[in-house]
Design a protein around this ligand. Structure first.
Ligand code: NI
Length: 191
């Protein structure tokens, strides 16, 4: 997920850890974004390395949330960091998330997505949720999320189920965005 205003993190741009690599972000309309991701069975070094690279990719984009299918890997893995530009980083690693509860109360927020660059739209989602997951070290965690974190978790869990935020928009608006994305993709292929 991305915020409406771009968060350019100078520190991220300057202090690149050599061990990490920037992954390619899959863009809509790529069929991989519509597939359901599988649960991670074993949290080993390769999974941790993937999460490190996803986080680095997300910081560079920049975005505040990224799910593994967005880098072409159909595993239920999410990274999130809601820290502001001038705050220390606060990465959140979420593996095999299960939303245990969602509030009836909804909140409408402007959402964007690194797989749908340049488009933002208001989406109404439950304002709070309770999520169970495994952390970076495979330890079970339960988090009560509200506000932006709640929106972000739901947006990223959707990615693991092949759902994009444009699916919540009217058909007219969704078709318009899709048409423009396809046009951009064709133009890129010509160049
Ligand atoms: Ni997204």
């Amino acid at each position: 997920m991305v915020l409406y205003f771009p968060l350019l993190n100078i520190e991220t741009l300057l202090l690149k850890n050599n061990k990490m690599s920037i992954l390619e972000i899959v863009k809509e309309p790529d069929p991989i974004l519509r597939k359901k991701s599988k649960e991670v069975e074993n949290i080993d070094q390769s999974i941790q390395r993937l999460m490190d690279n996803m986080l680095e990719t997300m910081y560079e984009a920049p975005g505040i949330g990224l799910a593994a299918p967005q880098v072409g890997i159909l595993k239920r893995i999410i990274v999130i960091d809601l820290a502001k530009q001038d705050e220390p980083k606060k990465p959140l690693y979420i593996i095999n998330p299960k939303i245990l509860w969602k509030s009836e109360e909804l909140i409408s927020r402007e959402e964007g997505c690194l797989s749908i660059p340049g488009y933002f739209a208001e989406v109404a989602r439950p304002s709070k949720c309770k999520v169970q997951y495994l952390d970076y070290n495979g330890k079970p965690q339960i988090t009560d999320a509200d506000d932006l974190l709640s929106t972000c978790i739901q947006h990223e869990v959707d990615h693991c189920d092949g759902i994009l935020f444009i699916d919540y928009l009217s058909k007219l608006k969704k078709d318009m965005i899709l048409k423009k994305l396809i046009k951009t993709k064709k133009e890129k292929q010509i160049l």
